[in-house]
Design a protein around this ligand. Structure first.
Ligand code: ATP
Ligand code: MG
Length: 553
């Protein structure tokens, strides 16, 4: 085994390499099935599945299903879906903490018999008061001196269902004056007369996360238990369990910093609130940082992998700018997304000297960055649509797009010169008229005259009317958790729905999940609700980072 610092290696990979277990490395990804996975979980997955792959070990998929009140089969399914979507495989190593309930129960009795656990009748509130604070020691519960025999009897009756929810708990007997609050007789089991998504009505007592988590690792033979830094203070407790129980293996815990991303939240409690209270449209709302939301929005898994690699594995928390994620998405899509033309805010452009009832096709590359991506036929006719803001009657000095008397290039088609504007009685523009130069086919200047502006367009009779959904950051503040009210931070412009957009007809038939670039607008994909004839598009990401500029001004 080579020791010492390897270049570009994070502290966890270094620890694994130096630990000498690397050839039989076992890690695990342990979500609780009480919500959908988000981009923070992707960091944990990239690390756990990533190191297992790199070192030739394996990574277990484990559901930490110890709290049946908030857990649901739909979350178990969505989580498996999302892990697969990122390309990670657990092969036969699918586990549930609930698989280990019988063993965990046995170990609880083991602690009771060793006088290292007791049944406590104090209420939850009293337990909290007795626990003390960071600066004051805790006080022992009056039930702390029960005999092993009495505790065993009470614990068995807890299991049998003799007691109501909350009437007693099983606690470890450790040290009420420990400087570490986690060591002050933590709760191991509580009574919950609740049906469990997997064990049904079999149990009415459930182990706490703290009691189940480390022991589940030990049962499964996990060698490296990688978790986020908020569990650093729990490590002495996990070690205490390992030392006091006849476990078959002694996992070692390493903590790394959680991912924090600007303008969003990565806490399941807050995400659940946004979903349950209807501030977003479900867990796969494209504005959410959930993997399901990002998938629906059109983010490719490779962009998430690139992003997590750039963020790296560190010990201390920092806030990662959403712009970095968007940069990775643009990079990934730029390579693969064919270019299409879509008019988001159309006005009619009539080419007066183009024959009536005539059309022609231009053969245009799908992706100028990738000539192997082939080409498409782009229909042109007399009546077109252009963007409303590509025309003005009173151009500012450097406005090179369409205005009366000005010549511009219709991208891939012809040079046209504007000659007339038609308005309604209110003075708003109904259509713009122009003439084209028949010798400029393909958009090339026939005699070397300079045409600076280029605008995109679609042929009216070859377009499909579509809905386009633009997404902006969900939360206004870059740091919505710093003493702010989450709901008040919701960006009223997080979703902008545009109707009556005009898309190249080809886009109507390309339904699927493939990314396209709408020229000059950004990367888009068909929403899952999209139908032939009534396409709906999601903007995955704009072409440039407009948000940080808008936000500053
Ligand atoms: P919350 O605290 O919001 O309920 P959680 O961390 O409890 O989320 P779990 O389902 O328990 O959610 O997480 C599964 C794994 O993913 C854990 O190992 C956890 O440390 C990791 N994880 C969760 N959120 C992040 C994050 N933001 N960055 C990195 N890892 C994370
Ligand atoms: Mg958790």
């Amino acid at each position: 085994m080579v020791k010492g610092k390897h270049h570009h290696e994070d502290f966890i990979r270094e620890a694994i390499r130096c630990s000498g277990v690397s050839d039989r490395l076992v890690t695990r990804f342990p979500p609780e099935p009480n919500g959908f996975l988000h981009i923070g979980h992707a960091k944990s997955m990239c690390l756990n599945f990533g190191v297992a792959h790199e070192f030739g070990g394996r990574c277990h998929m484990r559901f930490d299903d110890t709290n049946p009140r908030n857990e649901d089969k739909k979350f178990i399914n969505s989580i498996q879906n999302d892990v697969r979507w990122l390309g990670f495989k657990w092969e036969n190593y699918l586990y549930f903490a609930s698989d280990h309930f019988e063993q965990l129960y046995e170990w609880a009795e083991h602690l009771i018999l060793k006088q290292k656990a007791y049944v406590d009748d104090l209420s939850q509130e009293q337990i909290r008061l007795y626990r003390g604070t960071l600066t004051t020691p805790g006080r022992p519960s009056p039930f702390r001196n029960r005999t092993a025999r009495e505790n065993l009897d009470l614990f068995r009756r807890m299991r049998k269902g003799d007691f109501a929810d909350g009437s007693c708990v099983l606690r470890a007997l450790i040290d009420m004056s420990s400087a570490n609050v986690n060591m002050r007789d933590p709760v191991l089991y509580r009574i919950l007369h609740v049906t469990h998504p997997r064990t049904g009505g079999k149990w009415c007592i459930y182990p706490t996360y703290d009691f189940a988590h480390g022991q589940s690792d030990a049962i499964e033979g996990v060698t490296h238990s990688l978790c986020t830094t908020e569990f650093e203070d729990h490590r002495p407790l996990y070690n205490w369990f390992i030392e006091n129980l006849p476990v078959p293996c002694q996992p070692k815990q390493y903590e790394f910093a959680r991912l924090n991303l600007s303008h969003t939240v990565l806490s399941k409690r807050q995400l659940t609130q946004l979903v349950d209270e209807g501030y977003v449209n479900g867990w796969d709302d494209p504005r959410l940082p959930t993997l399901a939301g990002m998938r629906r929005r059109g983010v490719p898994p490779s962009a998430i992998h690139d992003f997590i690699k750039l963020v790296g594995i560190k010990k201390s928390d920092k806030l990662v700018d959403l712009a970095l994620l968007e940069h990775c998405i643009r990079n990934a899509l730029n390579r693969v997304a064919p270019r299409r033309m879509v008019i988001l805010d159309p006005i009619e452009l009539v080419v007066d000297n183009y024959p009536q009832n005539h059309s022609e096709q231009f053969v245009v590359l799908n992706n100028p960055q990738d000539p192997d991506d082939g080409s498409r036929n782009l229909p042109f006719s007399r009546r077109l649509y252009i963007e409303r803001n590509d025309f003005t009657e009173s151009p500012a000095p450097k406005f090179y797009r369409l205005s009366p008397g000005q010549e511009v290039r219709l991208r891939n088609a012809y040079l046209v010169t504007c000659n007339k504007v038609i308005k309604d009685t209110n003075g708003s523009i109904v259509s713009v008229h122009c003439t084209y130069d028949p010798h400029s086919r393909g958009g090339d200047s026939p005699d070397g005259r300079k045409v600076r502006g280029t605008v995109h367009w679609v042929s009216a009779e070859h377009s499909v009317e579509s809905e386009v959904r633009l997404y902006n950051p969900l939360l206004i503040s870059p740091t919505p958790n710093d003493n702010k009210n989450l709901i008040e931070e919701i960006n009223p412009r997080s979703l902008e729905v545009l109707r009556g957009c005009k898309a190249e007809i080809l886009l109507d038939r390309e339904v699927g999940h493939n990314a396209v670039q709408f020229e000059r607008h950004g990367y888009f994909c068909h929403d899952i609700d999209s139908r032939v004839g009534t396409p709906i598009f999601n903007r995955t990401v704009a072409l440039r980072d407009t948000w940080s500029k808008i936000n500053k001004s």
